[in-house]
Design a protein around this ligand. Structure first.
Ligand code: SF4
Length: 342
């Protein structure tokens, strides 16, 4: 039986679930039980919820909870686990579980594919299919949580898709991840390449999340080469919107900068970047590129990466270098899905 999105249980609050069980002729306390089984125990089917009457469970639509199936899973030597998840309509998305000593971070997708077509990105090379529903985003976190057998501490919207192009479902998912799954808003990060008007639209929600902007270039010409949509959004305007975001939310903006050898990693690029960011309370994450076969870019040498970092530090810009984890598990965004789709 096909289920309409509004009937799916994952993503509903305690009061919505209570109303739902009551509408099914069940007592109100079953709403609390359902809530706990969905978000704490990670039930993937109503049949798992053994405290419910068997006959009633059997009469419900299959997959009314709204969970995906793990289609494929690849684990790297550092325990980073990359999943391909099969959605109810058969489409495949990528999700990554990234464990460290103190944390378990999930990198979630917000769309199936991506329309932004960034030149260095495997997802961008594969085109766009559709937006994810909120429950399909929440499901990714519960799937990783179940598989690792430990609580997810952080969520980053850095998987497939541009989250600001799916803002209503992303905001709905964030509220549920915060209130129902129980992950603090400050441990949730939305990352965007930046779209006109969308940064301020996000700011209006006044979420206490971490906000990251993928800058990837220190000037408009390089940015347009790497991110085709940037030709409708001048770098100056993007930075002005980021400043306004800080004013509206009281939260800092983090800038992500993928370092591509010979393209955006030269000393003049570091100096240009520093000039743009002077007086801006921010943090820059430098990400040495993970090469993909579909794009003609290379990772800079470690010396070049350190030099870039040092130049920013000399200009009093707070900066870190983040190497992608799980390199032996097709770590670049969209890479595993692209290779398995072939
Ligand atoms: S980098 Fe992000 S926004 Fe750009 S194509 Fe890839 S998924 Fe889309």
């Amino acid at each position: 039986m096909a289920i309409k999105e509004k009937e799916v249980l994952l993503g509903k609050s305690l009061s919505e679930l209570t109303t739902w069980v009551e509408n099914q002729g069940q007592p109100a306390y079953r709403g609390k039980q359902l809530y706990q089984w969905l978000y704490e125990k990670g039930a993937t089917s109503l049949m798992d919820i053994t405290v419910f009457p068997k006959q009633w469970r059997e009469n419900q639509a299959e997959n009314i909870i709204g969970r995906s199936q793990v289609h494929y899973c690849s684990t790297a030597s550092d325990r980073t686990c990359k999943y391909l998840l099969k959605l109810a309509d058969g489409l495949i998305i990528e999700t990554v579980g990234i464990p460290t000593d103190k944390r378990l971070t999930v990198c979630v997708s917000s769309q199936v594919g991506c329309i932004m077509a960034c030149d260095f990105c495997a997802t961008g090379k594969g085109g766009f299919t559709r937006n994810l529903y909120a429950h399909e985003i929440i499901d990714q976190i519960l799937t990783v949580q179940n598989d690792f057998g430990e609580r997810v501490s952080n969520v980053v919207f850095m998987g497939m898709g541009e989250p600001l192009l799916n803002l209503p479902q992303v905001v709905k998912a964030i509220k549920s991840i915060n209130e129902d799954v129980g992950i603090g808003a400050r441990s949730l990060t939305i990352s965007t390449v930046g779209l006109p008007n969308k940064i301020l639209e996000l700011a209006q929600h006044k979420l206490q999340i971490t906000f990251a902007v993928s800058l990837h270039a220190s000037n408009q010409a390089v940015r347009e080469k790497l991110i085709p949509s940037a030709n409708h959004y001048p770098l100056e305007q993007l930075l002005a919107d980021c400043r306004e975001y800080v004013k509206m939310t009281g939260r800092r903006v983090t800038f992500e900068y993928i370092l591509l050898s010979g393209v955006n990693d030269l000393p003049q690029h570091a100096q240009e970047l520093a000039q743009h960011l002077h007086g801006f309370q921010t943090h820059v994450n430098l990400i040495p590129y993970n090469p993909i076969s579909e794009a003609d870019y290379q990772r800079p040498s470690p010396e070049r990466v350190s030099q870039f970092k040092k130049l920013l530090q000399q200009e009093k810009i707070a900066v870190s270098v983040r190497y992608s984890r799980g390199l032996d598990a097709d770590a670049a965004c969209g890479q595993l899905r692209a290779s398995k789709m072939k």
